[in-house]
Design a protein around this ligand. Structure first.
Ligand code: ADP
Ligand code: ADP
Length: 226
């Protein structure tokens, strides 16, 4: 669990494009915040700045009061789930789940226990010895989620994680992500261009337009105005 404080954050790309302009969002411990808006509104850039994948041009992002700009990206207690899953094709599901922990020199027994726990939560136990190519889209997505869970991070960052799935699977995975996030109590920032997905998932929605906050509030406040 963690609070994330995004304060007056802007991004100006080298070409001069101001992708994000003076954004303020104070995210509470365990809160599920969804960034929503049309393509090009700056969602992904904002998420990537929190993840440390993109330099912050102006402003600060703090996690539990620590300015993350000053923490090495690898040391940030944050796990990202990508749209393309980013699984290692030559590794088994077990090793895909274990990889990040091995890199952090986690003891073997601890790795095995955490992988087993994540596999149980995500119903991946029968597939631990398979390679990603032998999995369905939904199973791959669950492995991607598992890789984030095993780290026990303070926060999850989701970048359109369900957009490669068919409509039916998207709905069930959406429910699964929300249940897991509630159960673990992990603070989450989730990017989507899908309003329905945003409404179903969010404790709080941030509607971005042209790099700026257009609206911020609960789904009810944002979508059910008189
Ligand atoms: P979204 O995730 O909402 O689709 P992005 O954050 O990807 O929006 O993009 C916001 C704006 O920044 C867009 O105008 C996009 O073209 C621009 N942009 C994104 N990445 C880069 C980049 N690496 N270099 C220059 N401009 C970029
Ligand atoms: P690599 O070839 O990448 O080193 P291995 O397949 O040898 O990976 O496995 C690395 C570690 O993970 C070993 O300790 C192994 O026992 C454990 N491991 C691999 N697959 C499983 C599995 N399905 N269940 C439990 N432990 C596994």
């Amino acid at each position: 669990m963690a609070t994330i404080d995004i304060s007056q954050v802007s991004k100006i790309y080298s070409g001069g494009v101001k992708a994000v302009n003076a954004v303020d969002i104070a995210i509470r411990d365990g809160e599920f915040v969804v960034l929503v808006g049309p393509s090009g509104c700056g969602k992904s850039t904002l998420l990537r700045m929190v993840a440390g994948l993109e330099n912050i041009s102006e402003g600060t992002v703090s996690i539990d009061g620590r300015v993350i700009n000053k923490i090495e990206p690898a040391d940030r207690d944050i796990a990202m789930v990508f749209q393309n899953y980013a699984l290692y094709p030559h590794m088994t599901v077990f090793n895909n789940l274990a990889y990040g922990l091995k890199n952090r020199k986690t003891p073997k027994a601890e790795i095995a226990a955490r992988v087993a726990e994540a596999a149980r939560m995500l119903e991946l136990e029968p597939y631990l010895d398979r390679k990603p190519r032998a999995l369905s889209g939904g199973q791959r997505q669950r492995v991607a989620m598992g890789r984030a869970i095993v780290r026990k991070p303070a926060a999850f960052l989701f970048d359109e994680p369900l957009s490669n799935l068919d409509a039916k699977l998207r709905v069930s995975m959406r429910g699964e992500i929300r249940r897991l996030q509630r159960r673990l109590g992990t603070t989450a920032i989730y990017v989507t261009h899908d309003q329905l997905e945003a409404m179903t998932l969010a404790d709080r929605l941030v509607v971005l337009n042209g790099g700026e906050i257009e609206q911020i509030g609960t789904p009810l406040e944002v979508y059910h105005q008189p």
